[in-house]
Ligand binder design. Structure first.
Ligand code: GLN
Length: 293
């Protein structure tokens, strides 16, 4: 592209930021656009917020200007900022993302933080993460509980490839397994775990209509959707796995669909667990912690 076609008034930092606000504030609100700008300057130029604040009159070179141009076009198309810069931060870990994995959500981060605080005085020695996706939960837990052996499972080999890269990038060793939890023949090779966590797919097909375009267009549907006639299929499989593989005093932590909280608690009851429902920072029933009865 000829740089004359770019709509920035100049390659001055203040003009770049100005165009982002002009073109995106209406769509995202100015606070979110400011966050995008901070993230892009950090990713493209390695500038932190202070450097950015004190460099408004500096100029960037043409190749960087072009990257800001494409980022702006992508944001107009609602491409997630995490896909544009290629990563996100999760519990202090840098997690690479791609269309093969769900972008880690702040709700999930809250669950992991809760788990780490809750188990601080009884660190688990063996941890299992089912439907690991990017590996974010497994990696954050491994970093918090360095002595633990962490096993993480997913059905998608593309997701596992990303999870492996993330484990390496964060200096952690995790035992990854490719397997389909829903396959009736599924068996775990390892013995007992003191902590089993999962953020499985839980959005019902009928909820598609209420979902944001950026989620539908960019997150993998394999990681999100479950059939309307069996929306708890993953929880059923996880409960069966936990019956066999959770230690007697072990803890089960599950992210859930807030509209199925009651049903999910009942299912756990039926499988011999006593569930506690937790509300997330948005005020939604978002996760369950459970122990054996
Ligand atoms: N919380 C995610 C969303 O709202 C869904 C995650 C999942 O299905 N596990 O898109």
């Amino acid at each position: 592209m000829n740089t004359r076609d770019l709509r920035f008034r100049s390659n001055r930092v203040s003009d770049i930021i100005g165009l982002f606000h002009e073109e995106l504030d209406g769509m995202y609100g100015s606070d979110e656009v400011r966050m995008f700008v901070d993230m892009l300057f950090e990713a493209f130029l390695g500038w932190d917020k202070v450097r950015l604040l004190t460099s408004k009159e500096h100029t960037v070179d043409q190749s960087d200007l072009l990257r800001f141009h494409w980022a702006l076009e992508d944001l107009k198309r609602q491409r997630p900022i995490q896909h544009i810069i290629g990563h996100t931060d999760f519990c202090g870990c840098r997690i690479k993302v791609s269309p093969d994995v769900l972008i880690p959500r702040p709700e999930t981060e809250e669950i992991v933080n809760w788990t780490i605080c809750h188990l601080a005085h009884h660190p688990p020695l063996a941890i299992l993460d089912l439907c690991t996706g990017s590996g974010c939960i497994a990696i954050a837990l491994k970093k918090a509980f360095l002595g633990a052996e962490v096993t993480a499972l997913d059905v998608s080999s593309a997701a596992l490839e990303m999870a492996r890269q993330n484990a390496r990038g964060n200096g952690t060793t995790i035992n990854f397994i490719q397997a389909n939890l829903l396959d009736p023949a599924f068996r775990l090779p390892s013995p007992t775990f003191h902590l089993i966590v999962s953020n499985p797919p839980y959005v019902m097909e009928s909820e598609r209509a209420q979902m944001q375009r950026n989620v539908l267009d960019y997150d993998p549907s394999l990681a999100l959707f479950v059939p309307d006639d069996d929306p708890l299929c993953f929880y059923q499989a996880i409960a069966l796995t936990a019956q066999k593989s959770l230690s007697d005093d072990g803890l089960l932590i599950l992210e859930i669909n807030e509209s199925l909280a009651g049903e999910t608690c009942n299912l756990l009851h039926k499988h011999g667990f006593s569930p506690t429902l937790h509300i997330d920072f948005r005020g939604k029933s978002r996760f369950i912690s459970a122990k054996r009865n």
